[in-house]
Design a protein around this ligand. Structure first.
Ligand SMILES: [Zn+2]
Length: 349
């Protein structure tokens, strides 16, 4: 990839209303059987087309084929009881009915590999595939078998590594692990979270990324954010550990958040996927707003390591707003690319 400041999105895009009810999480499918399979593929095609025509350089599937970024993966594993939904507190913040682990977990067959191969066939651009991270998985289920978050996380890390290797073989260029739980459980991040993440990413030739955020722009998260004070310093705990880790790219939340940008210095040397699009509001950023965030970030990350992105997934947003935000992201990146190109030309004549 030769483009400077290649743009990308964290993961999800809103689904079309004929596929799933819009603007909600865990939205039920509107189709069944073969029609559902065809509908998911059509939605994925549309997501790719919109990303390309709006100037997104690293293309994702928009998570059009999954109901939820964590539970869809868990529900495909053995040892999980799909019927038995138990209500647990997620990220120490909100309650949700989630699948229950009732026995030893294993992956009987690939979960997303066919979908990834389908995405690969739709575009010549580099593609990125998101998987849930081990800690976020154990924080999005009910465990009635292992009774140990650490032990189950290690089991998941092994399973994720199998899946990641097959995604790589299907032509995925960047494999991303979503770990929003890293902003909440700091002791566990230090004790085993980063180690489990590295286990999930072990031996991959594809680039690896970890996405750490403050969650979707849903009410429970927005309320929690109000309690975090004027400066959000949660990244201060995880960034030094990630800087030392084998992970290539760190994806973080930035625009309209209270994350002090100088914390990015703590991951110097890594590629930085920087959130320059807010997913908690449907107000579309202006290109200049996006550019300003990127300019400020360039104080702490080298230009050849900056990947302009969104703060988080866009699944809960109105579809039109989310797509317009893609255009704003690439227009903002264009402004800064032009400035960097201008700066590289010697002044005078
Ligand atoms: Zn996120």
């Amino acid at each position: 990839m030769n483009t400077l400041l290649p743009t990308s999105i964290v993961g999800s895009l809103p689904k079309p209303s004929w596929l799933a009810e819009p603007e909600r999480l865990w939205s039920p499918w509107q189709l069944e059987g073969a029609a559902l399979t065809e509908g998911k593929q059509d939605a994925l095609r549309t997501a790719v087309h919109e990303q390309e025509r709006r100037g997104i350089d690293i293309v994702s599937d928009g998570e059009q084929t999954r109901q939820h970024f964590v539970t869809t993966f868990i529900e495909h594993l053995d040892g999980v009881d799909l019927e038995r939904k138990e209500t647990v507190r997620i990220r120490d913040r909100y309650d949700a009915a989630v699948p229950t682990v009732v026995g030893a977990v294993s992956r009987r067959q690939p979960v997303f590999v066919e979908d990834a191969a389908f995405l690969r066939a739709q575009t010549d651009r580099p593609i990125k595939w998101a998987l849930p991270g081990p800690m976020t998985m154990i924080d999005t289920l009910s465990d009635q078998h292992y009774k140990s978050r650490e032990k189950l996380a290690w089991e998941f890390a092994t399973i994720l590594n199998e899946e990641a290797r097959e995604l790589e073989a299907a032509g995925v260029d960047i494999i991303q692990f979503d770990e929003p739980a890293f902003t909440v459980f700091h002791d566990e991040v230090q004790d085993w979270g980063v180690a489990a993440l590295e286990r999930a990413a072990e031996g991959l030739r594809a680039e690896t990324a970890v996405h750490i955020c403050y969650g979707y722009g849903i009410e429970a998260n927005n309320k929690w954010k109000e309690t975090l004070g004027a400066e959000w310093r949660q990244y201060e705990q995880s960034f030094p550990l990630l800087q030392q880790s084998s992970i290539d790219i760190v994806s973080l939340e930035c625009i309209h958040s209270h994350v002090p940008l100088d914390l990015v210095e703590l991951i110097r040397g890594k590629k930085v996927m920087l959130g320059a699009i807010d997913v908690a509001t449907e107000t579309v950023e202006t290109p200049e707003e996006v550019a300003e965030v990127l300019r400020r970030a360039l104080e702490f990350v080298d230009a050849d390591k900056l990947i302009p992105s969104s703060n988080c997934g866009m699944a809960p947003l109105a579809r039109g707003a989310a797509l317009d935000k893609l255009s704003a992201l690439s227009a903002g990146a264009d402004i800064v690319r032009a400035e960097l190109a201008g700066a590289a030309v010697p002044a005078g004549r």
